[in-house]
Design a protein around this ligand. Structure first.
Ligand code: NAD
Ligand code: IPM
Ligand code: MN
Length: 381
């Protein structure tokens, strides 16, 4: 009998709505496995935690996260705790990532079902065959550099942020990207994105990425793009970036939201934030890693409370959790298959369900219902 602790952080806005569906998915997996017990425990985090305790990341929540085998998170933030508030939910998220040391943020942007080609805002011949994994450095750079806020004194009418990166920080994220690239056969190409024509931190980035790949992974293909042109390529000819897009914290934040437009919606994309490279349960040296799993989107205040948010990004995050943190590869694959079948067109044997972000009428709960139903069938087969 194996028992796993999963800390659940529903958060704010649509967070609880999409997390509810992912929790049902995890429960279905737990029910289907007699020798595995998933213990799910919900904690306050984000704006709801500020309202209840004055802090975005209460100490009890942080402890529950540190002790867990994995964390499933929805999203935090919203207009109630906006940019002028003293205590902001986003500070809690940055603190949580830093405390957990999860420097590697993995955000795959691929088609959960090819039937989504009907939904992409891009021309389908442009979007077809795109398979990009954004690997974003998550606990360094401008998010965590020294900053100065605008002051009140006349000589304090200036604010600034700094973007520091150390050799060590760039080496370790490059190694994660390389290890993920090597799992595929043939290995994935690595596209490193920076702004080395302007920024000192980017010149360090480019030098360290180049040397790390040359010295430690000479079999891998590596190229470099400046972030402005990479943003253009990502929508003009995104297959050029197939493989791994490796980049620093802020560029990765922006490019990963942009990449979601290729399969069709921000609501579709999952993420895993890890403190080391993941291994696959099928490999002989598999070692589970703890991690923080969340969709890449935010709390979507414009649609919160309506029951129409797309739960797929969160459900696919739960699949990543099963694979990387619990070693339940078959179950993770079953979740991904269930999502695909529910999205697939009716004429290719699926259900063709779509939430509003993809132009459909299916509610969050109805999407979850169908995914859980299909998943149960797959798990019992
Ligand atoms: P957002 O990602 O919340 O929403 C952007 C747009 O995408 C909105 O129109 C929204 O309705 C839509 N959208 C997002 N997720 C969707 C889903 N699952 N289904 C359907 N539509 C979806 O970005 P924002 O509005 O700029 O930010 C709102 C708040 O969320 C801010 O406070 C921000 O800081 C926070 N945020 C939190 C996280 C996180 O918790 N990890 C991530 C991003 C933003
Ligand atoms: C994300 C979000 C966060 C980020 C915010 C909420 C701090 O946009 O997870 O992509 O910028 O990292
Ligand atoms: Mn973001």
């Amino acid at each position: 009998q194996k028992s796993f602790r999963i800390t659940v952080l529903p958060g704010d806005g649509i967070g609880p709505e999409v997390v509810d569906q992912a929790v049902r998915v995890l429960q279905a997996v737990s029910d289907a496995l007699k020798d595995v017990d998933l213990k799910l425990e919900t904690h306050l985090f984000g704006g709801c935690a500020i309202d209840a305790t004055g802090e975005a990341l209460p100490a009890s929540t942080l402890t529950a996260c540190k002790e867990a085998d994995a964390i499933l998170m929805g999203s935090i933030g919203g207009p109630k705790w906006g940019v002028d508030s003293k205590v902001r939910p986003e500070q809690g998220l940055l603190q949580l990532r830093k405390e957990l040391g999860v420097y590697a943020n993995i955000r795959p942007a691929k088609f959960a079902s090819d039937s989504l080609l009907e939904n992409t805002p891009l021309k389908s011949h442009i979007a077809k065959g795109v398979d990009i994994i954004v690997i974003r450095e998550l606990i360094g750079g401008i998010y965590f550099g020294k900053r100065k806020e605008l002051g009140v004194a006349p000589d304090e009418d200036v604010a600034w942020d700094t973007m520091p990166y150390s050799v060590h920080e760039v080496q370790r994220i490059t190694r994660v990207a390389a290890q993920i690239a090597l799992v595929a056969d043939p290995p994935l190409e690595i596209h490193s994105i920076d702004k080395a024509n302007v920024l000192a931190s980017s010149r360090l980035w480019r030098k360290v990425v180049t040397e790390t790949i040359q010295n430690e992974f000479p079999q891998l293909k590596l190229d470099h793009h400046l972030v402005d042109s990479a943003a253009m390529v990502m929508v003009a000819n995104p297959r050029k970036l197939n493989g791994i897009v490796l980049t620093e914290n802020l560029f990765g934040d922006i490019l990963s939201d942009q990449s979601s437009i290729i399969p069709g919606s921000l609501g579709l994309l999952p993420s895993a934030s890890l403190a080391s490279a993941p291994s696959l349960p099928s490999s002989p040296n598999f070692k589970p890693v703890s991690g923080l799993y969340e969709p890449i989107h935010g709390s979507a205040p414009d649609i919160a409370g309506k029951g129409i948010a797309n739960p797929v990004g969160t459900i696919l995050s739960a699949a990543m959790l099963l694979r990387y943190s619990l070693g339940l590869d078959k179950q993770a694959a079953a979740v991904e298959t269930a999502v695909r079948q529910v999205l697939d067109d009716t004429n290719i044997g699926g259900y063709g369900l779509r939430t509003a972000d993809l132009g459909g009428k299916t509610s969050t709960k109805a999407m979850g219902d169908k995914i859980v139903e299909v998943l149960k069938g797959l798990l019992n087969a």
